[in-house]
Design a protein around this ligand. Structure first.
Ligand code: ASP
Ligand code: MG
Length: 429
């Protein structure tokens, strides 16, 4: 069996959905398990909806209007696509999507409760439920014998909402029982990326952009022959075209380079995707949904250094430097104390460096998490921070590439290992 993953961009409108059917028709005899994300930018809209409901502005009616208007926008977006895909309003999918929106109405009716992350998952997960129902109905219309499966029935997680941890044993046994029997005789199964279920039947999400990870979980548990991620780029590039003018496609990457690049923030693949695939030596293809005939990139176990430097660029970085108030060394006890705080406040460290009495880290600017972390750190440590910075990671660097990317920038921190350099820089104006 093959696992395909279609992200938000590949189902962003009716034309894109039709293109998914065209791609699937290229594999008429295969068993294909198709993992789909929410359409276009729906996850962002659902996040805004959650915020609008959860943080009502006190003494103002505006906030409700905002939530209501976001909801109208989300409904309109989906029904516009439906109308384009299904000329007849009598098609049962209209009813089905209506019912899913009723679920969404319910989900936002009782909030806010205490637990933001729990409510977030209940609301935001519906993006994938909507997209898979629409795509599945269209595929059937287009003559593909696909069926829809609720991934929450077999990908089981703990109740760490917004970052569900997979219970691999339970997931494996549920996949064997509920999914495997359906994967035969040229079947196409449509299921949701990004979401999972708990033992109490609550919905969780696996972290933003988690659909790639879903594809990997399902490939691992079904022993799939390959995973293909269909994207709007020709494959894995050596740099994000958003930031760099000249990019090159890489034909092949080792699992190890892929996991390093993803870990440092290359957005092309979710970092958790590689491990399950590497563990079972399942190749991962990254291909263009616009040019499905082209080869794209393959990620596999062949170890070959990348032929050119790869760049990963992150903006909105905050460099925090932490030193004990009493001038004591930064040593093991401090490290464990500091890391515990980062983990407790769910702040991810992008790069770190330490000296005798100070410890510096660069993190993503996050208004909801950082102020609280900094306040807590300040009880024991002297904390300085510098924001609006950029983090540049270069894998397979040389001095010439470092010089080239740091023109007009002030380097505030530089961490080098054998293959990778990370630079926290301040743009000079
Ligand atoms: N829809 C989710 C997100 O946008 C998951 C994904 O796209 O992978 O984060
Ligand atoms: Mg997405």
């Amino acid at each position: 069996m093959k696992v395909f993953k279609f992200g938000g961009a590949s189902v962003k409108d009716a034309i894109a959905v039709k293109n998914v059917a065209e791609i699937l028709k290229r594999f008429p005899k295969e068993n294909i398990l198709v993992v789909i994300s929410a359409m276009g930018k729906v996850t962002n809209a659902l996040e805004r909806l959650t915020d609008a409901v959860f943080y009502p502005v006190k003494n103002s009616a505006d906030q409700n209007i905002t939530a209501a208007s976001i909801l109208v926008e989300i409904k309109k977006f989906h029904f516009d696509i439906l109308s384009e895909l299904f000329p007849s309003k009598d098609h049962p999918v209209f009813n089905e999507i209506n019912n899913t929106f009723v679920e969404l109405d319910w989900a936002i009716e009782d909030v806010p409760t205490e637990n933001y992350n729990y409510e977030y998952d209940k609301i935001v997960s519906l993006g994938e439920v909507l997209s898979t129902k629409i795509v599945n109905a269209y595929l059937i219309e287009a003559g593909i014998k696909s069926h829809w499966k609720d991934v929450r029935d077999y990908i089981q997680t703990d109740n760490t909402y917004r970052e569900g941890k997979v219970d691999w044993e339970l997931t494996q046994s549920l996949v064997n029982k509920l999914l495997m029997p359906e994967c035969q005789n040229g079947s196409v199964i449509i299921t949701q990326g990004f979401i999972g279920g708990t033992s109490e039947n609550f919905t969780t999400t696996l972290g933003r952009e988690g659909s790639d990870y879903t594809a990997a979980i399902l490939a691992f548990t079904t022993n799939a022959e390959s995973v293909t991620i269909w994207k709007d780029v020709p494959g894995v590039l050596n740099a994000d075209p958003k930031w760099f003018d000249e990019t090159k496609k890489l034909d092949q990457i080792s699992y190890q380079d892929a996991i390093e690049l993803a870990y440092y923030g290359a957005t092309v693949i979710h970092p958790k995707t590689i491990k399950p695939l590497q563990n079972k030596k399942i190749p991962l293809y990254v291909k263009s949904f616009l040019h499905p005939e082209e080869k794209g990139t393959v990620i596999n176990e062949i170890q070959s250094p990348l032929p050119i430097p790869c760049f990963i660029f992150k903006v909105k970085q905050v460099l925090i430097s932490i030193s004990p108030k009493d001038f004591s060394f930064i040593a093991e006890e401090n490290f464990s104390d500091i890391f515990n705080l980062f983990s407790e406040k769910q702040v991810k460290v992008n790069v770190m460096q330490n000296s005798a009495i100070s410890f510096s880290v660069s993190v993503d600017a996050d208004e909801r998490k950082l102020p609280d972390l900094i306040k807590t750190l300040q009880k024991k440590y002297r904390v300085l921070y510098n924001d609006n910075l950029e983090l540049i990671t270069i894998r397979y660097y040389d001095q010439a590439t470092i010089d080239r990317v740091t023109i007009d920038k002030k380097v505030l921190l530089e961490v080098k290992s054998r293959y990778t350099v990370q630079l926290v820089v301040k743009p000079m104006d």
